[in-house]
Design a protein around this ligand. Structure first.
Ligand code: GLC
Length: 436
């Protein structure tokens, strides 16, 4: 049985999330793509794109990801390319995307009160939210509206997700891992511009227990109105400061995202992360972050190197809690953060959540989690636990994941880990798992 205490704890939690949501157009790699890309293959073989401007770039991105077996995310040079693909290629599925969107829906499914700030909020986007998610809207005082009522933007943000399983083939490339290639669109909107709710931030801060912030990696270096990323990151910094000043009791977690834009990564690490209580990422992001901070990228097959790099990132940014989620294990580093027992319980719960999501594709209720009891923790994860036993410096908690070999989908698994871990940390620190 999954803990009753946690089940009722979730219902007492109140969260604020921002910023990134989008419509994920999901395509599973299959023969159909060979036909679609038949004229692009020869060109794509020699490309190493950093930006996706045409079909050959797109194919090159997918093939490169399949070859390496490591998930990645690049951007469209023009967001409208994403719209055109809907007509030309068609998606297997359209669903909620963006870390803030995925995490909000999960928390709302477990019964928590969720307030989300996101831009652009189109009608199509709004329809992807689960019941219980509310959007702050300006009015006579703070109004919290169901997303459909608050949706005013005409621009839609559509990201493309090309998913594949280990062993899948596309032309002469065989996937060496089960993951996805994402192409994100950057419509002409400043996702971090929270001006319209600025005056209500203190009120929001008063009514929440924690905040999870993600999507800083969506920033562009320059905007159509002549402003640069600097201005918007500053604005993002202000949001955290106001919230923390109004309600010092809240905890804030940042979810790292994948971008290859160095200035943006550095800006996030320098300006945003030091203000947070917790930072969460996956292995690919850890490699990028360590490179940006001037450390050597860890060999992901060597757990001690991974640990050392995490320690360096934690020391350099000063963040009290650094979390890593990988397919086979989760690792939390703590420095003046919460009690170890809390951190461990949170990771144990997170693996039930993520394995349920991997099996079912979508979690519809707390009861769904029962299915995770059938999955055994990963032996590869246990090997990492063992390898780290030699480490004596620093406080860390490691838990093997309940790895599901053939997940329904891989997008959003990391978000499920991060948000459920952090939510449980908050439930336990606030005693919400006990009778009120
Ligand atoms: C990133 C992508 C988004 C995807 C999400 C999953 O935010 O931009 O498309 O849904 O990651 O974690």
């Amino acid at each position: 049985m999954i803990s009753k205490g946690l089940e009722s704890g979730f219902k007492r939690l109140r969260a604020f999330l921002a910023y990134n949501t989008d419509i994920d157009a999901v395509v599973r790699v299959s023969k159909r793509l060979e036909k679609f890309f038949s004229n692009d293959y020869r060109k794509a073989k020699n490309l190493q794109p950093n930006l996706i401007s045409n079909k050959a770039d797109l194919l090159a991105g997918i093939l490169r990801c399949m070859e390496s077996g490591i998930g990645d995310e690049l951007e469209f040079s023009d967001y409208r390319f994403g719209y055109r693909l809907i007509k030309e290629l068609g998606a297997d599925e359209l669903r909620m995307g963006g870390q803030a969107g995925i995490m909000s829906n999960l928390l709302a499914t477990f019964g928590s009160e969720v307030i989300i700030f996101t831009k652009p909020l189109s009608r199509e986007q709004a329809l992807l939210f689960r019941e219980g998610v509310l959007v702050p809207s300006p009015g006579n005082g703070l109004k919290l509206l169901p997303p459909e009522e608050a949706a005013h933007d005409r621009i839609r943000k559509v990201n493309w997700i090309f998913e594949f399983k280990r062993g899948d083939k596309l032309f002469d490339v065989t996937a060496t891992g089960t993951t996805r290639f994402i192409v994100a669109s950057r419509p002409p909107v400043n996702p971090l511009d929270h001006s319209e709710i600025e005056e209500y931030l203190p009120e929001i801060a008063e009514r929440i227990d924690f905040a999870i912030l993600s999507g800083y990696h969506d920033l562009k270096e320059r905007y159509e109105d002549g402003t640069s990323w600097r201005k918007w990151l500053k604005k993002g910094k202000k949001l955290i400061k106001v919230m923390k000043e109004t309600n010092p009791e809240i905890l804030i977690q940042i979810e790292m995202g994948t971008t290859h834009k160095r200035v943006i990564n550095r800006g996030i690490l320098k300006e945003i992360v030091p203000l947070a209580d917790s930072l969460s990422m996956d292995l690919h992001e850890l490699s990028i972050v360590s490179g940006e901070l001037g450390f050597e990228e860890p060999d992901r097959r060597k757990p001690e190197e991974v640990y050392r790099t995490m320690k360096e990132v934690q020391d350099k940014t000063g963040v009290p809690c650094l979390k890593l989620h990988t397919p086979h294990y989760f690792l939390t580093l703590s420095n003046n953060y919460l009690d170890r027992r809390i951190l461990r319980k949170a990771l144990l719960f997170a693996r039930d959540v993520v394995s349920t999501k991997a099996i079912k594709g979508e979690i519809k209720s707390f009861k769904d989690l029962e299915i995770s009891k059938r999955i055994r923790p990963s032996w590869r994860g246990y090997r990492v636990v063992k390898a780290l036993q030699k480490i004596s410096e620093g406080i860390y908690i490691i838990v093997p994941n309940k790895y599901v070999k053939k997940p329904k989908s891989t997008v959003g698994l990391g978000d499920a880990v991060s948000s459920s871990t952090f939510a449980v940390e908050n439930i336990l620190r606030l005693g919400y798992d006990r009778e009120p």
